[in-house]
Design a protein around this ligand. Structure first.
Ligand code: BES
Ligand code: MN
Ligand code: ZN
Length: 515
């Protein structure tokens, strides 16, 4: 679907014309002067508010008998056929002035999904949808909603999804002076949502097709198209040289080589003062649990255990396409967690890249083993901050529900910046603590550390505490546990019911834009 912005008062001849409509509450005192107070409350009525409709539209709307039942409740729609044959859809958005950006995003996603298979093109009469003092936020929310709803993972279906909608016009009668800025917002949103949909494809791909080797190749192929980006891939031999004993232990039972994809973006005008951010992602192309095997039902969908790596790569890719003025290093740790006679057995003791010994008591707590070594490796490029994303623990769903991303950090400033970015992107993120007691519970009797706590509670924080043990030089670090928000976000109409959500990418891009 192509989206364009048109500054004109002439109506394009599209099949659909979309207008907004709000509710306005009547002034009670005025309307019911002579009645008692009790009645006055009862008589408080809502009427429709649509200042931006043309006279013809108002007439046609009122001419339709059924329109008197339309109350403009949030999400309520009313449609009729215009005299020239086009379809007019009125989208109710509730009380005037009350709608939030996220509600607008949701309403557009719901509407788009409802009609994109029925019509070929649509004109959105933008001026009636503008949020107060937030034209750019409005544009962003609407275009995000459309692009993110225009996604389906249908590459393995014989009958491909057919989308009829090929063109959407955002029509405005605003001053042309806005055009440059608004076009830029549209282009930026397209860049970010493209990356999100790219990440969704990676996460949704089946594990017999997307394994560590094919995954690394795909990233390399894509990254080669990006400007100012260098790609380096470490395989098993290189990781052995790097002494990444934890990462290698997860890969021990795999038919595929472990891959550590190391991407570096250096902006054109980099100086010694240029900020440098490192992104790290968990890329478990499948998590069987290893010898600590997952029960069948819990193993289902564990192809999505590489969502952390897809998330940070999507943010990296978008940041590069936007040519942001910061340096970004991106590290993707790829392997599956499989079982064969060589697979790591529980009770094994391995040595991490930083020399610490680790007792592996549960081979299903594998993400932290991969991330510990990769985060340690990331410290060597000496970034100003490291942010990792991982589907690390089922416990984060217990703590925060599947709707909220868990945040852990050793640095309050970085944590706040990420929370602010999440808020600005209308994504849920919540910080949880890593206390010394959590760290202590990760100490082993026979090795420096063990990979699960003695007490099962607080599993997400203890996983985070484990990763933290491999940081160097007090580099500000944040860990995002996306096990909940990474997939199945059906409550968000701009995410598919099942499968990769693509959440957190917008927050990360916002962070990279503002750092
Ligand atoms: N990939 C899982 C975490 C996960 C679980 C993601 C459910 C999404 C849904 C991770 O590798 C894992 O298995 N974690 C264990 C840790 C435990 C063994 C300490 C878990 O959460 O059960
Ligand atoms: Mn696991
Ligand atoms: Zn896992």
């Amino acid at each position: 679907m192509e989206l364009k912005l048109v500054f004109d008062s002439k109506l394009p001849s599209t099949e659909v014309h979309l207008y907004s409509c709000f509710q306005k509450t009547h002034d009670v005192k005025e309307a019911t002067k002579k009645t008692s107070k009790k009645e006055a409350v009862k008589k408080e009525e809502k009427s429709l508010s649509h200042a931006h409709w043309s006279k013809e539209l108002v007439e046609e709307f009122e001419f339709s008998v059924a329109s008197k039942h339309f109350k403009a409740d949030m999400g309520e729609t009313f449609s009729f056929t215009h005299l020239n044959g086009s379809t007019v859809i009125i989208l109710g958005l509730g009380e005037k002035g009350k709608i939030t950006r996220e509600q607008l995003r949701k309403q557009f996603a719901t509407l788009y999904k409802a009609i994109h298979n029925k019509y070929e093109d649509m004109t959105i009469h933008l001026d009636g949808f503008m949020l107060k003092d937030d034209a750019e936020g409005t544009l962003k929310a609407i275009t995000e909603a459309l692009h993110l709803s225009d996604y389906a993972f249908d590459r393995h279906l014989s009958a491909k999804r057919k989308t009829k909608m090929t063109a959407v016009t955002l029509l405005t009668e605003e001053k042309k002076t806005h055009q440059k800025k608004w076009d830029a917002v549209l282009a930026e949103t397209k860049t970010v949502t493209n990356s999100i949909n790219f990440a969704r494809d990676l996460v949704n791909e089946a594990p017999n097709i997307l394994n560590s080797e094919s995954y690394a190749k795909e990233i390399e192929k894509d990254a080669k198209k990006l400007k100012n980006v260098k790609v380096k891939i470490l395989g098993k031999a290189e990781m052995k040289k790097e002494k990444m004993g934890m990462f290698l232990s997860v890969n021990a039972g795999s038919a595929y080589e472990p891959q550590l994809v190391h991407l570096t973006y250096t902006p054109s005008k980099a100086t010694a003062k240029t900020k440098h951010i490192a992104l790290v992602g968990k890329g478990l192309t499948f998590d069987t649990g290893g010898y600590s095997l997952k029960p069948g039902a819990s193993m289902m969908n564990m192809k999505f255990d590489m969502a952390g790596s897809a998330t940070v790569y999507a943010a990296f890719r978008a940041a590069v396409e936007l040519q942001l003025p910061i340096k970004i290093s991106c590290f993707l740790g790829m392997t599956d967690n499989a079982v064969n006679s060589l697979a790591t057995m529980p009770d094994s003791i391995v040595t991490a890249r930083n020399g610490k010994t680790v007792e592996i008591l549960n081979t299903d707590a594998e993400g932290r083993l991969v991330l510990g070594d990769v985060v340690n490796y990331a410290c060597d490029v000496n970034p100003d901050a490291i942010i990792d994303a991982a589907t690390l623990t089922g416990a984060i769903l217990v703590a925060l529900g599947s709707e909220v991303c868990g945040l852990f950090s050793n640095n309050d400033k970085l944590a706040k910046e990420l929370l602010d970015s999440a808020k600005a992107s209308d994504e849920y993120m919540w910080q949880l603590p890593i206390i010394d007691e959590h760290k202590n519970d990760m100490k082993s009797v026979v090795a420096d550390l063990k990979n699960i706590g003695s007490v099962g509670n607080g599993g997400s924080a203890k996983g985070a505490a484990f990763i933290q043990a491999f940081l160097k030089n007090d580099i500000p670090w944040a860990h995002l546990d996306i096990a909940g928000v990474g997939d199945s976000q059906g409550h968000l109409p701009y995410c598919p019911n099942k499968g990769a959500s693509g959440l957190v990418v917008r927050s990360l891009v916002n962070y990279l834009q503002n750092v």
